[in-house]
Design a protein around this ligand. Structure first.
Ligand code: NAD
Length: 260
């Protein structure tokens, strides 16, 4: 039997990039997957693509910072599939600017998507998970949950914050058999990263090639990008673990950029 047969997973921000890969791979291993994304057209296209493999899918328009949309999306998932086993809180953005001129509006926007989004989706999913006494929540952190880089003040702050949320949930969720863990990727070549390459080159006054080689991959053991598949494997490792032994943890998947 596949690892996630009969299970239901909600993955936020899964119309694109890392989230899409997680949804695709969990579906291949038997899960029904909910593609919850701000971009409904892209969510529907992803749900259709995954559904063509025979998997059960549901596309949901969800801004993770919007309490009503999150609650409605989780209610729709329950009405459609009747259970929620896994939440992958993945939706995220990046905004790069120096701290001394970071616009307050951008700071608030980034924190809201990463932190309010993680909180709201977690809280909504905990109701069915606690009732069923079963569940696994995985936050997509980053090497920036443990390490800082220039130009990324709110991102580094938010990604560090997810470790705290995860640890509280690990403690509170234990009596309901709900686990929480964080996967911390290095640079993955998704649209989120493609956008940063010219932006960082301009702000740092270096070439785009140097942004990739020196800033993004300079500290890795082999100069390689982490892939969406690498991240999805780590998510499934946490999601598939059968006991509370593996909770409140974080795992870095970064070609050795950050070691602990
Ligand atoms: P991406 O831009 O390819 O995908 C992000 C998705 O999130 C998009 O489909 C977008 O529509 C959606 N989204 C954005 N705001 C949303 C909102 N308010 N509500 C719902 N959906 C929303 O990005 P990605 O690289 O796949 O990033 C996914 C996650 O992985 C993010 O949390 C990011 O911080 C994290 N991460 C990425 C990297 C990397 O190098 N790409 C490294 C470490 C961590």
């Amino acid at each position: 039997m596949a690892r996630f047969t009969d299970q239901v997973a909600i993955i936020t921000g899964s119309a694109s990039g890392i989230g899409k890969e997680i949804a695709t791979r969990m579906a291949a291993e038997g899960a029904a997957v909910v593609i919850a994304d701000l971009n409904m057209a892209a969510a529907q296209a992803t749900a259709k693509e995954i559904g063509a493999t025979g998997a059960r899918t549901l596309a949901i328009a969800m801004d993770v910072t919007n309490e009503e949309q999150v609650e409605a999306g989780v209610a729709k998932t329950m009405a459609t599939f009747g259970r929620i086993d896994v939440l992958v809180s993945n939706a995220g953005i990046q905004i790069v600017k120096p701290l001394h001129e970071f616009p307050f509006a951008d700071w608030k926007k980034l924190l809201a998507i990463h932190l309010d989004g993680a909180f709201l989706t977690t809280r909504a999913c905990l109701k069915p998970m606690y009732a069923a006494k079963r569940g696994s929540v995985i936050y997509i952190g980053s090497v920036h949950s443990k390490e800082a880089s220039k130009l990324k003040a709110p991102y580094v702050t938010a990604k560090h914050g997810l470790l705290g949320l995860c640890r509280v949930l690990a403690k509170e969720g234990a009596e309901y058999n709900v686990r929480a863990n964080v996967v911390c990727p290095g640079f993955v070549r998704t649209p989120l990263v493609e956008k940063q390459i010219p932006e960082q080159a301009k702000t740092l006054g270096i070439s785009e090639e140097d942004v990739v080689k020196k800033v993004m991959l300079g500290e890795t053991v082999d100069g390689e990008f982490t892939t969406t598949a690498d991240v999805a494997e780590a998510v499934m490792f946490f999601a598939g673990h059968p006991t509370n032994a593996l909770t409140g943890q974080s795992m870095v998947v970064s070609h050795g950029w950050f070691m602990e």
